[in-house]
Design a binder for this molecule. Structure first.
Ligand SMILES: Nc1ncnc2c1ncn2[C@@H]1O[C@H](COP(=O)(O)OP(=O)(O)OP(=O)(O)O)[C@@H](O)[C@H]1O
Ligand SMILES: [Mg+2]
Length: 512
């Protein structure tokens, strides 16, 4: 087994091998640079090198060009000659080969569908996905809690909608235990779900849900699976993109055992267009992601963010990214220059060159690199000519991709949705009983009103003060209800909420 992955050649004549040590690959990383400077090819060569070293990887493929990992490069390719020349300069014996790719797609078109249940997503991430207010989030928490208590599986969005409808209809009973729930809040959540469905997310929620071990496969030649998530369409729904990737991280965190500092990672993630993960994400959620990123290291998971500028990543997270590949940054405006300077300052100095100048000057497919060394200390920065890829530059054809998806043994497991009995079906059945009960309750209420009228009339005749309150009415007052809900949100976020808001980002009652 090698102890590092070869990234390129550094030093004065690019002849010194630059390696990212597998031992420190779980200390996360950053790949940054202006558009067209070589970020995607860097991800491509790293993903394939991890795979060759037996480490499975997961990459989000924003432009479709990473699908080229699934085919070998070719001597007939127009870039063959420059690749050979580049390989020679850095002392690499370049041979072409394809990586063992698995294609995934939230919509199930360009790959196997990726699904999660509503319960697994959990109220916190779902609230973010639905862009809910704090009060609405409180109502969603109650919905989850009641579903849990009553054994109503929340699998797809139909389940969630039925659960909320039930909550709306049974406000008075629920209020006795949890505080009132305003119809306005329930309505707002229902509308947000509708919008999410319009974004095409309905198919994402349900079963069969993704099993993480299917991302962590190693083939019979010892190569790690290269999982490629089609993300072109996903980019148009940035909140879905962000919450989905956060969910994946949190699931890994929840499910994987503690391994300390392994010889090589169990899985490496590459998140492209990382700025979309953080744009507009509430501070509370960013804090949790920061926490998960820090803790997931000891589960052997490395996370690599890809973005144009390091400043796109929140500072607390940026500080955790030990392995760095900085492609060229432009410096046209005063602000560019300032940002470039800031980026350069985060690198360990090299007495032989100015890092700031190097970041401005490096050519396409060249970068300032710094990888963690002994004891996890950042290595001296190098100007590195990145190696050419062994797999194809540019996307697979639709036919090539289709052939890979069709021949994958994961197809039978995931390609067809399953709709088993869950909250929606159970509540629909119960609705009949509820309707009957409601009719009965209405009759009883009428009876009570008749009695009250008679009582008042009797009191008037005796001249006494009417003192019976109409508290039943005032308890459904909305302001009061929202205040109680808010109190409950606080309670749920405290100790009593642990059971529901599983772990750090977690969902609820996992599919066992
Ligand atoms: N390591 C490399 N070896 C050989 N050629 C490279 C390398 N890196 C980049 N190139 C060349 O540069 C082109 C652009 O690189 P790439 O697509 O990786 O840029 P990018 O930073 O991802 O751009 P964008 O921001 O537009 O996505 C590639 O198509 C390839 O021709
Ligand atoms: Mg790119």
């Amino acid at each position: 087994m090698t102890d590092g992955i070869f990234v390129g050649g550094g030093g004065a004549d690019y002849a010194e091998a630059q390696e990212l040590l597998l031992k420190y690959a779980n200390r996360h990383g950053l790949i940054a640079g202006a558009t067209g400077t070589g970020k995607t090819v860097t991800v491509q060569i790293m993903a394939q090198a991890f795979s060759d070293a037996g480490v499975p990887v997961f990459v989000s493929d924003v432009k479709g060009d990473l699908s080229g990992l699934g085919a070998a490069g070719a001597e007939t390719h127009k870039l063959h000659a420059p690749f050979m020349e580049r390989a020679q300069r850095i002392g690499l014996d370049l041979t072409y080969s394809a990586a063992p790719v698995t294609f995934w797609d939230l919509w199930g078109i360009q790959g196997h569908p990726v699904r999660a249940t509503v319960a697994e997503m959990g109220p916190l991430l779902l609230s973010r996905m639905l862009d809910l207010s704090e009060v609405q989030e409180g109502v969603l928490n109650i919905a989850f809690r009641i579903a849990d208590e009553q054994g109503l599986p929340l699998l797809d969005l139909a389940d969630l909608r039925s659960m909320l409808a039930w909550l709306g209809e049974n406000r008075s009973e629920v209020s006795l235990q949890y505080g009132n729930i305003s119809p306005a809040s329930v309505g707002a959540i229902q509308r947000s779900i509708l919008m999410l469905e319009n974004e095409g997310a309905a198919g994402f929620f349900g079963e069969p849900a993704l099993e993480l071990r299917d991302l962590m496969r190693v083939d019979d030649t010892g190569r790690g699976a290269v999982n490629i998530l089609a993300s072109d369409k996903l980019m148009q729904a940035p909140r879905l993109y962000a919450t989905f990737l956060f969910w994946l991280l949190s699931e890994l965190f929840e499910e994987l055992p503690e391994v300390g500092d392994p010889d090589k990672p169990k899985l490496v993630f590459f998140f492209d267009e990382a700025h979309l993960l953080f744009d507009g994400t509430p501070k509370a959620l960013v804090d949790k992601v920061e926490q998960v990123a820090r803790l997931i290291r000891s589960k052997g998971v490395g996370v690599y963010f890809i973005t144009q500028h390091p400043a796109d990543i929140p500072e607390d997270i940026l500080g955790q990214l030990g392995n760095r590949i900085q492609h060229a940054l432009r410096a046209f405006t005063a602000r560019d220059k300032k940002n470039l300077k800031l980026a350069a300052e985060t690198y360990r100095e090299n007495p032989t060159f100015s890092i700031e100048e190097a970041i401005r000057e490096v050519g396409v497919g060249e970068a300032v690199t710094s990888f963690l060394e002994k004891k996890g200390v950042p290595g001296v920065s190098q100007r590195t000519l990145i190696r050419p890829p062994a797999s194809r530059i540019g996307p697979l054809t639709v036919a090539e991709r289709g052939a890979i998806v069709a021949s994958s043994d994961l197809g039978p497991k995931y390609d067809k949705p399953i709709d088993r009995e869950s909250a929606h079906e159970i509540l629909t059945k119960r609705a009949e009983q509820a309707a009957a009960a409601a009719a009965k309750a209405e009759a009883a209420e009428e009876e009570a009103e008749v009695q009250e009228r008679e009582y008042r009339t009797a009191r008037r005749y005796t001249g006494a003060r009417v003192s019976r309150s109409t508290s039943r009415k005032s308890s459904s007052d909305e302001g009061f209800g929202e205040a109680l809900t808010e109190a409950l949100v606080k309670e749920l976020k405290g100790t009593t909420g642990r059971r529901i808001v599983r772990g750090i980002l977690g969902g609820l009652f996992k599919a066992k």
